[in-house]
Design a protein around this ligand. Structure first.
Ligand SMILES: Nc1ncnc2c1ncn2[C@@H]1O[C@H](COP(=O)(O)OP(=O)(O)OP(=O)(O)O)[C@@H](O)[C@H]1O
Ligand SMILES: [Mg+2]
Length: 257
């Protein structure tokens, strides 16, 4: 590696994030598809160029056969760390929902279509064919919107710049798409559940519905569809617990919370 790193910020499957001067460098493993790296960088750049608080993309380049995305480094703690340290997370959860509503209403062009992506994933989901057909029908009948959906909107993808709760930056844009904002909310709900944060999942989705004036049942209708889509992901092969949680949600047809 030729990157002059000061330290490792985070290590993930197939990628490592380094601090190098005032840059954050996301270095992907050798076999990581170039198309996925370039697509992630493009979506992040689109977001920051349209005025959303996403770290600016500075360059994307190969480093010893591996792709690296160089971004502006945002100093601070994640919203998740702030939540863990807070006695009462209510104000932070409110900020979280407010930020998500801001993203949904942003003007951002050239994003892929969430509906099409979901249909594609659903088709390769490892569910029995009856269930898959039922969920495909539900997806087809879902209203298609063109809202900005980050699709991985979670507190550990938000940095509070200089620890200031009023200055949040949103990271991690590889799945950002145009779609129905209820689907984006259902994704966050599912992710909280996967991480064992079941109470937070319920508190969050209720707060989102209340603040945005959205019909809660409309959001929950997306949950089995998206759980089934996520079951198609290759990285679940060695993640039995995550697989079981997703399978559970894929089969709940009338989710009540
Ligand atoms: N531009 C940045 N400025 C500051 N910290 C960053 C930046 N990019 C990444 N990080 C840190 O690295 C961590 C992982 O980065 P990121 O979320 O982009 O990686 P990921 O592997 O794609 O995500 P995940 O952890 O959601 O799987 C973040 O939680 C954050 O702490
Ligand atoms: Mg992340």
């Amino acid at each position: 590696m030729s990157i002059q790193a000061d330290r490792v910020i985070a290590e993930r499957t197939a990628k490592t994030i380094y601090l190098a001067g005032d840059c954050a460098v996301k270095l992907f493993d050798k076999n990581y598809p170039a198309s996925a790296v370039l697509s992630e960088a493009q979506r992040q750049a689109l977001a920051s160029e349209c005025g959303l608080k996403a770290p600016r993309v500075l360059k994307v380049e190969p480093d010893d056969g591996r792709w690296a995305i160089w971004s502006e480094y945002i100093p601070g703690i994640t919203l998740w760390e702030a939540m863990k340290n807070a006695e009462d997370i209510t104000p932070l959860l409110n900020n979280f929902v407010d930020l998500q509503m801001t993203i949904h209403d942003a003007e951002l062009r050239d994003l892929p279509c969430l509906h099409e992506f979901a249909a594609h994933k659903l088709a390769s989901s490892p569910l029995d064919s009856v269930k898959r057909y039922e969920l495909m029908n539900i997806l087809e009948n879902m209203p298609e919107e063109k809202k900005v959906c980050h699709c991985d909107f979670v507190p550990w993808n938000i940095i509070l710049k200089n620890d200031n709760p009023d200055d949040p930056y949103l990271l991690d844009w590889p799945f950002a798409s145009h779609g129905n904002k209820d689907a984006d909310v259902a994704q966050t709900f599912l992710t909280f559940n996967i991480y064992g944060e079941t109470k937070l999942a319920v508190d969050y989705v209720k707060l989102y519905a209340e603040k945005s004036g959205t019909y809660l049942r409309g959001i929950l209708r997306w949950v089995p569809v998206l759980a089934a889509c996520r079951l198609a992901s290759e990285h679940l092969a060695d993640k039995k617990t995550e697989y079981n949680i997703l399978e559970h949600f894929a089969y709940v047809s009338n989710l009540k919370i």
